[in-house]
Each structure stands twice: as C-alpha cells, then as structure tokens.
Design a protein around this ligand. Structure first.
Ligand SMILES: Nc1ncnc2[nH]cnc12
Ligand SMILES: [Zn+2]
Length: 358
C-alpha cells in the first residue's frame, strides 16, 4: 500500500487531467457532441495519433478562465487527497489563443485553480508552459516567447509535447534557447514514442535538466550511462507508456532497469484519465507490480522535488517533509551526483523562482 506515502509529480498535462465526467458536463454546457471521443464514461482513442486528437477535442471543452480554474482546482484537490505535496502542471497558452479565450485569461484561470487548491489543501504547484510539436516550430517558438515574457511567478518551466515523430529537435531548438535565456527550467518530451536518437537530440540541442518520459533511452546502453552521468531526471509515466502500447505491460516497462543503472527517475501520471490511471495508481504499481520498496519510492519523490522548477526555499521546505530513508535509497550514482548538476548559474534573469537549471 502506498496511499500513506507523500507524493510529488512534475509531469501532468492540465487538459489531460480532465475526468470524463467533468468533460461530459462541459460538453453539455457548450452543446458539444462527444460521441466521437467520449463513450461510456471513457475517452476513445486507439493509438498515439488518435490520443492527441482526442486530447485536443477534450481540451476544446474548456473555454473560459472559470472552466480552467475549476479543472485545475479539482485536479490538485484530488492529488492532495492522495498525499501529494507538489505538482507541476503542463499548460498550453497557445490553446487559450486557439479557442479565443486568450493566453492570459487561460493562464489566469489555471493560477486561480492553483490558488484555491493551495488554500484548501496546502498543495504547492507550478506551471510549465509547453509548445505543441505538431503545430510546428513557429508555434513552439511563440509559446517560448510567451513564457519568457511572462512575469507570472508560477510559470517556472518550458516543455515541448505533442507528436514526437514530427520533425527533429533541431527544428525547435530556438524555442528552448529563448526559454533558457529567460531563466526557465527546461524539459522536453523525448524517448516516449521515438527511440534513443530522440533523447540524444534533446540532450545535444536542448540540454534539459529533465526529460518527459525518456524511457526508450534504455535501448542504448551508452545513452543510459550518459543520462546517469549527467544526472538528467526522467519524468517516467508507466501507466501512460503501457496504455499507449510503448510496452505491453508493467513487467516489460524499463523503470526498474533505468533505476538499477543509476538514472534519476520519478513517477508521474501524464494524462491520468486518458490512461485509466492516477498518480496514486502509478505509486501503487511501482510498489506492487514493479517491486520498489517504500524507501525506493520515497527516494523517487525526493528526486522529483530535487528536480522541480521551484525556488530553493520552497524546495527545502518540501524536502524537509520527506522521510529520512529517502537519501539512503537513491541509487549510488544519484547520491554521487547530489544536487550539483542542477546548480548552474543562470544568465540574464534572476531565476530565484525558477528552480535549478542544467
Ligand atoms: N503523453 C504525451 N506525449 C506527448 N504529448 C502529449 N500531450 C499530452 N500528453 C502527451
Ligand atoms: Zn506528457
């Protein structure tokens, strides 16, 4: 049982956290026919491409800042109910523009949801702005520019999600240069659908401190050693990988191998109701199916907080809440890395609020 364990996650897409019941209510409110993507209380898709289409159709049901406040508050409240103390949510201001709400109102709804959930439960949260790869480099650069301009203290990171098979990382590198120069923490979806080349591109061209997924790096032993030596944190989402058929089941999932090789890993839910999961279930699977001990799981939670895009005072406060066993249970290479790898000085912007950089 892992319910009692404190939890943290640094990889969940806000629209991907919408429960089907809430999506159905939103559809009623806006008179949208959902038969193509929501049936019998579950989202309908068959593969990664269809998942992305389904995701966009669900996202289109959230149209006002109040809708986003409700979605964010509900998700964070549910997380807090499962003993989660920290969450980073991935948001797409582009989407706010596309639906006519506007990026600022979109973001302000999400911030209101964070504020309300924090007030009620004490959960701490930050926002990672993402570009969507399948909308092309110009759109990802625009998302980075928006994040870089943002004076919002909750916006602390930049990501790229979407169709990993579209283009190469080089086409999008400028977006990450913009975000890096602005002092934002960097992470990128890589090695989820595509193989090791995608992770190598990400390391070479983006130099992120974290990778969204990154699990397919396991196919290249040299790359695994590189990740271990760099101390790059993999935001691993086992339920998502199995649901999307990257691996046939949890026994074939590489989390164990990566952990054993000394790669820094943590547990995340990605788009929980789309994948019939929750952060709580990810923790439970790590324990009961993959055989991680409570101390090893606590160490992964520690890794998430160490890698969080958050100011140092908040990080310390969160770390102090974790049990003492967490340091001992980290793989040896992790302990050797310590936190030093994240402590690179940041150019230009005072990033006191933005967390560690690579
Ligand atoms: N798992 C995922 N991979 C890539 N893009 C996404 N957008 C939402 N979920 C995603
Ligand atoms: Zn994701």
């Amino acid at each position: 049982m892992t319910r009692h364990l404190l939890k943290a996650e640094i990889h969940c897409h806000i629209e991907g956290a919408a429960p089907p019941v809430l999506a159905a209510k939103q559809a009623d409110k806006y008179g949208v026919d959902t038969t193509g993507f929501l049936r019998d209380g579950a989202y309908v898709w068959n593969d990664f491409s269809e998942f992305l289409v389904c995701y966009d159709r669900v996202a289109a049901l959230f149209r006002t800042d109040a809708d986003y406040a409700l979605l964010t508050e509900s998700y964070l409240t549910e997380l807090a109910g499962a003993n989660t103390i920290y969450s980073e949510i991935i948001v797409s201001p582009d989407h706010g523009d596309r639906i006519g709400l506007g990026a600022d109102a979109y973001l302000s709804g999400i911030c209101e949801g964070i504020r309300r959930a924090g007030e009620k439960t004490g959960i701490e949260a930050r926002i990672i702005v993402t570009g969507e790869r399948h909308f092309g480099p110009d759109s990802v650069i625009a998302a980075a520019e928006y994040a870089a301009r943002s004076q919002n203290p909750l916006v602390t990171g930049f990501n790229m999600a979407g169709e990993e098979r579209m283009g190469r990382v080089a086409d999008y590198a400028r977006a990450f240069d913009i975000a890096r120069d602005a002092g934002l923490g960097l992470t990128i979806h890589a090695g989820e659908v595509c193989g090791p080349f995608s992770v190598i591109d990400a390391l070479d061209l983006v130099r992120p401190s974290r990778l969204g997924h990154g699990v397919r790096a396991v196919e290249d032993p040299e790359l695994v050693a590189r990740l271990r030596d760099l101390g790059t944190v993999l935001e691993v989402c086992p339920g998502s990988n199995v649901a999307l058929n990257v691996y046939p089941d949890f026994h074939h999932h590489p989390l164990r191998r990566l952990h054993k090789e000394g790669v820094r890993v943590c547990l995340n839910s990605d788009d929980p109701p789309f994948f019939h999961t929750s952060l709580e279930r990810e923790y439970e699977i790590a324990s009961s199916v993959m055989g991680f001990s409570d101390a090893e799981i606590n160490a992964m939670t520690r890794t998430a907080i160490e890698a969080a895009f958050v100011d140092e005072a908040t990080r310390q406060r969160l770390l102090e809440r974790l049990p003492d066993d967490t340091l001992a249970a980290q793989p040896r290479a992790n302990q050797a890395q310590g936190l030093a790898v994240f402590r690179q000085p940041i150019k230009k912007r005072n990033i006191n609020n933005r967390g560690r950089q690579f």
